[in-house]
Structures are given as structure tokens and as C-alpha cells.
Design a protein around this ligand. Structure first.
Ligand SMILES: NC(=O)c1ccc[n+]([C@@H]2O[C@H](COP(=O)([O-])OP(=O)(O)OC[C@H]3O[C@@H](n4cnc5c(N)ncnc54)[C@H](OP(=O)(O)O)[C@@H]3O)[C@@H](O)[C@H]2O)c1
Length: 232
């Protein structure tokens, strides 16, 4: 029987790449917020659920809907994220709170509320949550750093579940391509990133973790296209 995997942010460029690769092998529960179109083709074979994490009741309804399926979940891949760049002076409480809700609160609630015994959680963080952040992404960096620490905390709390965090550097996605090219070039030089990562390579590495024997709480980073390494 096919195992079940829940993927939040399934509609993101990275999410879609992972969904495409896992589609033939697993039963997928795909969570999106606004971008339904690319997930349409999966509705007949998988469960596709809309959920805006910015409303607490939506997260509870989502958890109920997943638990109502009455299946053991083999893995949860937390990809959904709010990325809103702003200068330190522009940071405001609404953006700050919303970023924490989507990037940290939702993974925390879902991870601790669905039936994951014996399964795996993979939290998609960012190297910005470790050391590549800049002053325009303070809030994003804080949330990703918190997601990495949440991984450590969950690994001690969830005794029968493995919890990993995977932190990639810049990935070749529309959001990154829409950045000012000179700014992107200078940022990549600053953090010593030679080329943009591909969604294909990042997705392959994340999928590899589904069979990892590494201990729960392991943290990985991916700076170059073919390599990722365990840093904790
Ligand atoms: N791109 C990069 O260079 C890069 C680098 C390092 C780490 N990452 C991380 O990798 C992951 C994927 O990044 P990406 O660039 O492929 O995609 P992205 O543009 O960051 O996609 C964001 C995803 O989160 C979902 N989302 C946003 N707000 C939500 C909300 N309120 N409720 C529920 N879901 C919400 C979006 O759903 P809808 O589209 O359906 O609204 C979308 O699926 C993210 O965690 C990101 O932080 C990205």
C-alpha cells in the first residue's frame, strides 16, 4: 500500500518539483493557499486542500481534515513560507506576525497534531536562517532560524518521529529571477554562491532525506548545486 505524505506549500516552485517526483510513489496530501492551477492535475489521484495559514481556524480545520482520513502519515514536508523583504525601518508588526504564523506556527501546529508516529518531518528552512541573511530579510531570516530551532525542539519532543531541517541557498525560482539582477549578483558574491541551485537538485536532496538514517534533529544546508551537508 502506498504511504501518505503531507506537503505544505505544494504549489511553490520547489513544492511542485517535489510533488512531480513523489506523485507515482506516494499518496499525497497537498496544501496550497492561492495558487491552485498547477495542482489541478493531481486532484484525481491525491488530496488537494486549500488553507490560508494566516487564520488560526483554518489550520485547525486542515488538521481535522487530515486526521479524518484516518491514515498513518509517513512524512510531512513543511515548505510553505511567507517571504516579504523590507528594510529594517519598514518592518511592521503585521508582516512580522504573519511571517511567524506561516513560517513557524503552522509547521509547529501541524507537526504536533497529525498522526505521524514512526514518520519523518522535513522543515524547509534557508541558509538565511543561519548566516547568509541581509538587512532586507531580517524577519524572514528570524523565522527560518526559528524553524531550524523548532526542528531541534520537535526532535526531542516527538519521540517516534524523525525531524530534519533542510536549508538551501538561493534557488532558481521566479521570485529570485524577479530580483534586481545587479543586487542578486552582488548578494551571490557576498555569500560566495557560485550559481543558483536548481529546484530539481534541491528536490532530489530533500527526497533523499525521506530514507535517511541520520538522527532526528539533523540540520542540513545546501550551498552548491550538487552538494548538501549535515551541519548539526
Ligand atoms: N527560492 C529560494 O531561493 C529559496 C531559498 C531558500 C529557501 N527557500 C524556501 O523554500 C521554500 C519554497 O520556496 P519557493 O521559492 O519555491 O516558493 P515560494 O514562492 O516561497 O512559495 C511559498 C509557498 O508558501 C505558500 N504560502 C504562502 N503564504 C501562505 C499562507 N498564508 N498559507 C498557506 N500557504 C502559504 C504558497 O502558497 P500559494 O502559492 O498557493 O499561495 C507557496 O506554495 C520556502 O520555504 C522558501 O522559504 C527558497
Amino acid at each position: 500500500m502506498k504511504k501518505y505524505i503531507v506537503i505544505t506549500g505544494a504549489s511553490s516552485p520547489l513544492g511542485l518539483e517535489i510533488v512531480k517526483k513523489l506523485d507515482p510513489v506516494y499518496n499525497l496530501i497537498l496544501i496550497y493557499n492561492q495558487n491552485y492551477e498547477p495542482l489541478k492535475k493531481y486532484v484525481n489521484n491525491h488530496k488537494v486542500i486549500k488553507c490560508d495559514f494566516q487564520k488560526e481556524e483554518n489550520i485547525h480545520t486542515l488538521i481535522e481534515e487530515i486526521n479524518k482520513l484516518n491514515v498513518n502519515i509517513y512524512a510531512l514536508i513543511n515548505i510553505a513560507a511567507l517571504t516579504k523583504d523590507s528594510s529594517p525601518e519598514e518592518i511592521n508588526l503585521i508582516d512580522f506576525t504573519n511571517s511567524y504564523i506561516v513560517n513557524v506556527y503552522a509547521p509547529l501546529k501541524i507537526s504536533t497534531s497529525i498522526n505521524l508516529k514512526g514518520g519523518i518531518i522535513i522543515n524547509i528552512a534557508s541558509t538565511d536562517g543561519i548566516d547568509t541573511f541581509n538587512s532586507y530579510g531580517i524577519v524572514y531570516a528570524l523565522t527560518k532560524s526559528s524553524l531550524i530551532y523548532l526542528t531541534t525542539i520537535l526532535s526531542t519532543i516527538l519521540k517516534n518521529t524523525k525531524v530534519y531541517a533542510f536549508a538551501p541557498n538561493y534557488i532558481d525560482t521566479p521570485i529570485v529571477r524577479s530580483m534586481n539582477p545587479n543586487f542578486l549578483k552582488s548578494e551571490m558574491e557576498r555569500i560566495n554562491q557560485k550559481e543558483l541551485l536548481t529546484t530539481n537538485n534541491v528536490a532530489n536532496n530533500i527526497i533523499e532525506l525521506l530514507n535517511s538514517k541520520d538522527p532526528s534533529g539533523s540540520i542540513y544546508r545546501m550551498d552548491g548545486n550538487n552538494e548538501y551537508r549535515k551541519i548539526n
